[in-house]
Design a binder for this molecule. Structure first.
Ligand SMILES: [Zn+2]
Length: 162
């Protein structure tokens, strides 16, 4: 995660420096001198081969940047977007884990469906998760969704007639 933030900072700084350089028709070497880094360090920064160093950042903010608050606002919104996408990823991961685990925790079977039109078929217990009728009573898992089942309360199940 820190690397992502570092990459964002380097990329934004590079963008601003190139624009500054272009606007004022300056050479790489001239800009390096202005922000107080060596030519090599400046090349590395432009190529993105090294993360931007503190000195380059300070030099840019002090000597090249007309409006540091604009730079910081842009940096902040990029950081926020990055944090948001990271936290979404985190949530999806835990949601998925919770879901996988919850299928393995037995759910009580609490309802039965009775089909009036086909009395010879009697009634079917309904899966507490997917609510589809299951073939047999006292089976360990729903054959449709795989939910683990708990039959302790089954004698008190609610009967729905359809
Ligand atoms: Zn089910």
């Amino acid at each position: 995660m820190q690397t992502e933030y570092q990459d964002i900072l380097s990329a934004l700084l590079r963008d601003y420096l190139l624009k500054y350089q272009e606007d004022l028709f300056l050479s790489d070497s001239q800009v390096a001198k202005i922000i107080g880094v060596t030519d090599e360090a400046y090349y590395d920064l432009l190529r993105g081969s090294l993360p931007c160093n503190n000195l380059a950042l300070a030099g840019f903010l002090i000597y090249c940047c007309n409006d540091p608050s604009e730079f910081l606002a842009e940096l902040r919104s990029a950081f926020d977007a990055c944090a948001e996408s990271n936290s979404n990823r985190q949530i999806q991961k835990t949601d998925l884990l919770d879901k996988v685990i919850s299928y393995r925790r037995p759910m009580k079977v609490r309802s039965v469906r009775y089909y009036k039109s086909i009395p010879e078929l009697y009634s079917f217990p309904l899966c507490p998760r997917c609510e589809r009728p299951m073939n047999r009573e006292y089976q360990a898992f729903c054959e449709h969704c795989g939910q683990a089942l708990d039959w302790k309360q089954f004698s008190k199940a609610i009967v729905t007639v359809v």
